[in-house]
Design a protein around this ligand. Structure first.
Ligand code: FAD
Ligand code: DLZ
Ligand code: SF4
Length: 513
């Protein structure tokens, strides 16, 4: 009996659970590029090109490994345009009775999968994705009965579970679980940042670039230059290059932003981990080995491992715990539309201009740009969670709803009322000025609090605190802000409110702010 084994665009690893026990003689491995997936939001052109090229390369590797692969390209005449339509087509053509698939990363697609059995009269075996390091059940068990969920405690459990950076006595190596306080250096003088990985364009990628250029003209972002890794070998090379060249500085400059340096000392591995080309554990193990080999310091290695073993798994746990319904959360009742400069970078706020331009060019921005510039503005300006979620899902090549949504709804917008983060990550221009050199080249003055020349982050921050007093003043971590607000006096507060009003009026009129 022939079994159909479906592999989605973010499941590109030969060790994926849907391939376990595969009968190479009889079973069909099925992959499809479908219009619905490429357009349910208008993904960045580079993101589509990256996934299609990686999918095509992966299907070639599967064939070389002796699997029988059926692959539908986007422009194939009979392409049904959706996962469901494509599955129906193959099921009918081949008289399929069994489908095996690894569970989808996104709730939307999982729901679709769960309907196939009844719709097509077939047996659908949906298997767990064991590339993630915490199962849904383990996360639920950890989260149950806790008053507050905090990443730090989850992360310590994960360190113990996988015996990562632990002494023989089970204590954290170096004595501390977390070295974040060492990871906030501000760059002084020129940094010597190594080049990022540049993959060569082969025939497969070249075909995909032509296809995407023709079919997705209206989508956001620059298609070229394109230099993502698109095979496992290339992704492994990018990982090794990161560990040998950047990891030693990863910790020190983790929170730093420098104009003209979009990549800094970050790993740029999220694209590859999220689509399956790399496993999270191999990234963790290589970083850990660098510490024991004394080629990278503990603050860097622990910091990097925490992002993957801690944050990434915690974020995913929250997503599945809160879905469905997480997409509708709006604790602060934020309703403002996304300003057009999130698309065209046409703003005089230099920090936002730089971060949006780099996003458009690279389908990448590093964490602190996403959090403290793009996200912080969205929070303090009261932008609608629905619009902000859609933007973040569109613009980054590593974006899938399971990881994007908790970062946006929970981490930057506090729209879940504190499930993910203990307080809103709101800040004025002072933080951006401390951690970057953006303010030097800005029309606005970061030291000015009010008036047309003042940095908009300064008055928007206090307007945010003032506007949300009822909802936030009970949070003990916000106590200091509310006592400062109380001391501010009516005159200053009126100026904050007037500046905020002027700023939003200008945006609403279509002025460049
Ligand atoms: P590094 O700084 O080198 O970190 C190493 C790895 O840790 C990353 O590759 C990633 O796998 C993991 N990681 C770090 N932080 C997080 C986090 N907060 N959540 C999950 N994983 C994390 N990450 C995505 O993968 N996809 C997204 O769509 C996404 N959207 C985000 C939206 C916002 C508003 C914010 C604040 C963060 C978002 N992140 C997202 C998390 C983080 O910004 C990216 O993972 C990171 O910038 C990717 O670049 P890197 O590989 O160079 O990361
Ligand atoms: C992001 C994406 C895009 C743009 N296109 C496809 C596609 O055509 N075929 C496919 O299998 N996967 C694609 N993906 C990744 C899927 O969106 C991802 O697998 C699901 O969202 C996971 O639930
Ligand atoms: Fe951004 Fe304000 Fe600095 Fe300008 S002055 S770059 S708007 S933080």
């Amino acid at each position: 009996m022939t079994t159909l084994r479906l592999i989605l665009g973010d499941q590109l690893h030969q060790d994926i659970s849907s391939l376990k026990g595969c009968d190479k003689e009889n079973d069909i491995i099925f992959m499809c590029e479908v219009w619905e997936e490429a357009t349910y939001v208008q993904h960045h052109k580079k993101k589509i090109a990256f996934l299609f090229s990686a999918m095509r390369h992966f299907s070639r590797e599967l064939k070389e490994a002796g699997f029988q692969v059926r692959y539908t390209q986007l422009d194939d005449e009979d392409n049904a345009g959706s996962f469901k339509g494509e599955i129906e087509r193959v099921v009918k053509e081949r008289g399929i009775k069994n489908i095996i698939v690894t569970e989808a990363g996104e709730y939307r697609v999982l729901q679709d999968m769960q309907s196939w059995g009844e719709a097509f009269g077939v047996d659908v075996d949906i298997r767990a994705n064991d590339h993630f390091l915490c199962t849904h059940e383990d996360f639920k068990n950890w989260a149950e009965d806790r008053n507050e969920l905090r990443m730090e405690y989850f992360y310590r459990e994960m360190r113990k579970k996988y015996n990562i950076l632990l002494t023989d006595e089970g204590k954290p190596v170096g004595g501390e679980w977390n070295y974040d306080s060492e990871n906030r250096k501000t760059p002084k003088g020129a940094l010597d940042i190594p080049d990022t990985y540049h993959a060569q364009t082969d025939d497969i990628t070249s075909d995909v670039l032509k296809l995407v250029g023709a079919k997705f003209k209206d989508h956001f972002g620059d298609l070229e230059p394109f230099h993502f890794a698109v095979t496992r070998d290339q992704a492994l090379y990018a990982l090794d290059k990161f560990v040998s060249e950047r990891l030693n500085n990863f910790g020190d400059y983790q929170d730093a932003m420098v104009q003209g340096e979009p990549w800094m000392y970050h790993s740029h591995l999220s694209f590859y981990i999220n689509c399956g080309l790399l496993t999270p554990m191999e990234c963790i193990e290589k970083a850990q080995a660098a510490y024991y080999d004394k080629t990278a310091p503990l603050n860097a290695v622990e910091g990097f491992i925490r992002q993957i073993l801690g944050w990434r798994e915690y974020i995913r746990g929250i997503y599945w715990m809160k879905m469905p319904g997480y997409e509708a959360e709006n604790f602060l009742d934020a309703t403002r539309k996304l300003p057009s400069f999130y698309w065209d970078a046409n703003t005089q706020m230099n920090c936002l201009k730089q971060c949006v331009s780099e996003t458009k060019e690279n389908a990448y921005a590093h964490h602190i740009q996403r959090l403290m510039v793009l996200g912080n503005f969205a929070l303090i300006a009261g932008l609608s969670p629905e619009e902000v979620n859609e933007w973040f899902l569109i613009v980054y090549a590593d974006a899938y709803e399971w990881v994007e949504m908790p970062n946006v709804t929970g981490m930057i917008l506090y729209a879940d009322g504190g499930v993910l983060a203990s307080k809103p990550y709101a800040s004025s221009g002072a933080y951006i000025n401390k951690m970057s050199d953006y303010c030097k080249g800005c029309k606005y003055k970061v030291t000015k609090k009010n008036g047309p020349e003042a940095c908009p982050f300064n008055y928007l921050y206090w307007d945010f605190i003032d506007r949300n007093e009822d909802k936030l003043k009970g949070n003990h971590r916000m106590r200091m802000m509310y006592s400062t607000l109380k001391r501010m006096g009516d005159e200053k507060l009126d100026a904050v409110r007037a500046d905020t009003k002027r700023f939003f009026n200008a945006i609403d009129k279509g002025d460049v702010v």
